[in-house]
Each structure stands twice: as structure tokens, then as C-alpha cells.
Design a protein around this ligand. Structure first.
Ligand SMILES: [Zn+2]
Length: 305
């Protein structure tokens, strides 16, 4: 474990604790602390596993690796992905073959759609060796183990880089964005999806907010933090969308009941596989998204030099 007294993004020592908690997905005894930087307003895990110990908090049973959704959610994700690939293509200069890299691709669900339905050449990077192997063996996908910093990609090698809910996990987010800027072509596009702080959703749930996800999320950004980070690396923001999906609401209630009553019947009702919960929370999450107050943001940014 390590305890940080300075902001991991701007280096300021004007920081304040905002919440503490344990790992609710796996049984570990440690308590972790989130702090906010009073200068740049980024939230960062200030008592956290050391970088070389972080892998211990991602088992093969880690949810995004094994996640199964309802048929309706799967259909929604598929249509959303195809629509978003189409909107990315509109930003790109015409080219016969477009290369797409997904960082944190897991076994490659997104890559498969990009390859099979939209004719991209696709490559993934993924921390879990088991998921790299699954993508290779079951779908013939090229997925490299490790993170972007272990790879040897050439400058301007890709037209598109996708990072879905990955930035918040990284110990070197600024460096990773700078590397993405290098491996993207001129006019290349980055699609980023991450939790977002400074929103009503975050304020309502406080320490029960799902997006803290102790200790796997180490940095949580505001919209302004993200825009600054991207613009500093030569990106121009093309699109910002606050996502109105009910996952954070349902899972924050789950955290609340789990912390109050333990993981029993009530906490288990709050599942994103429960159609009743999806139906119950979808209208509210739609409204939060519409008013830019939901806890998840999607940004499309294009390299302008
Ligand atoms: Zn800061």
C-alpha cells in the first residue's frame, strides 16, 4: 500500500479526503481512501495498492471479464457501438483500411464488432493474459498482454483508439493520453468513456457511489479535467455525451445496502441483470444524462496536429 499526499495529476498538496472504503467485489481487509485535489478538482485514490500490487485486485472473476447482460442490454450495447463507430468514421479522412486499437479490450467484444461489422483492422491491449488468450483462440483477435506502456507501436499507426472505462484504472493516465496522441494518425480519433465527478449523481450517492470502486479506480476526472488533459496533448474535442445508463444508479444502491446490511437478498436485488431494476432506473438515468448530471461521460476527440 502507498499513501499519497499530493494530487497525482497536478502535484498540488492542497488535498482533502472525500471517502473511504474497502473492496466490495472481492474479500480484502484493506481500507482505501479517495481524496479530491482542491486545485484541479480531480479525485484520486490517495491510500491505494502500489502499482505492482494492483493486479491482486483483478481476478479472472473481475466483472467486466465475465459480464453477461440481459438480451436487451446486449442489443443496446451492440447498436450503440455500431452507431458510435459510424460517427467516428465520419471524422476520419477517407482511407481503404482503417486501424483501430482498443486499450483494455478484455476478450474483444468491441473489436469483433469493429472488425466484422465495420471492416476495421483491429488490435487490442489487455492486462489479463487469460482474456488475451480467449480473444485469440475463440475469435482470432490480436490482443497484446500488458498496458500501452509495454507495447511497441509505431508513431501514427492507428486511425482510432478506444478506451472504454479504462482511464480511471490507470496509474499513469497523463502519460497514456500522450502515448495515444503519438500512435494516432494525423486527424486520428480517440474515443474515451469514464466516470465523471462534479455531477449530481456523484453528490447524491456520496461514499456509496459505484464509481469509487475501491481500489480499482485510481483517478476520477471532471469534464474540465478531461478536456484539459486532451487539449494539452493536441486533441480537439468533437463530442461530449453524458450517458444515461442506469448501471451506476443500480450499483450505488447495491453498495449502500451491502454496506448497511451485508451482501444479502436486498443488496442482490440491485443487479444490472435484473430487468425490473433496469426498468425502474432507466427514466431517471436518462434525465441525469440529458442534464449532464449522470456519472458517466463519453468523449470523442480528434488529433489536430
Ligand atoms: Zn490536482
Amino acid at each position: 500500500m502507498e499513501v499519497l499526499s499530493k494530487c497525482t495529476i497536478c502535484g498540488s498538496s492542497r488535498v482533502r479526503e472525500v471517502g473511504r472504503g474497502g473492496d466490495l467485489s472481492f474479500s480484502h481487509d484493506e481500507i482505501f481512501v479517495f481524496s479530491v485535489c482542491l486545485k484541479c478538482h480531480v479525485f484520486f485514490l490517495s491510500t491505494r495498492p502500489r502499482e505492482d500490487e494492483a493486479y491482486k485486485f483483478y481476478g479472472v472473476e473481475y466483472d467486466p471479464y465475465t459480464a453477461s447482460y440481459t438480451k436487451l442490454s446486449e442489443l443496446f450495447i451492440r447498436l450503440r457501438t455500431l452507431r458510435e463507430l459510424d460517427s467516428i468514421v465520419r471524422f476520419l479522412p477517407p482511407r481503404d483500411k482503417k486501424r483501430l486499437l482498443e486499450i483494455g479490450s478484455s476478450w474483444g467484444k468491441y473489436l469483433l464488432l469493429a472488425r466484422n461489422e465495420r471492416n476495421f483492422e483491429v488490435v487490442g491491449v489487455e492486462m489479463s493474459n487469460a482474456m488475451c488468450q480467449k480473444g485469440r483462440e475463440e475469435h482470432g483477435l490480436l490482443i497484446y498482454p500488458g498496458d500501452l506502456r509495454n507495447q511497441d507501436f509505431s508513431p501514427s499507426e492507428f486511425d482510432v483508439v478506444v478506451m472504454n472505462h479504462v482511464l480511471e484504472h490507470l496509474y499513469h493516465p497523463k502519460e497514456t493520453i500522450a502515448m495515444i496522441a503519438k500512435i494516432l494518425n494525423k486527424r486520428g480519433v480517440l474515443l474515451l468513456r469514464t466516470p465523471v465527478v462534479g455531477t449530481l449523481e456523484q453528490k447524491i450517492f456520496g461514499k456509496y457511489w459505484h464509481a469509487y470502486e475501491f481500489p480499482r479506480h485510481v483517478t476520477l476526472f471532471s469534464e474540465k479535467n478531461l478536456v484539459d488533459l486532451l487539449e494539452q496533448q493536441g486533441f480537439e474535442i468533437k463530442k461530449i455525451r453524458y450517458e444515461g445508463v442506469p448501471n451506476n444508479l443500480i450499483l450505488s444502491f447495491k453498495n449502500f445496502f451491502q454496506m448497511k446490511l451485508g451482501s444479502g437478498v436486498i443488496a442482490n436485488l440491485f443487479s444490472i441483470k435484473n430487468p425490473l431494476m433496469l426498468a425502474l432506473f432507466s427514466p431517471l438515468s436518462f434525465l441525469l444524462g440529458f442534464f449532464h448530471q449522470s456519472g458517466r461521460i463519453m468523449i470523442i476527440a480528434q488529433k489536430h496536429k
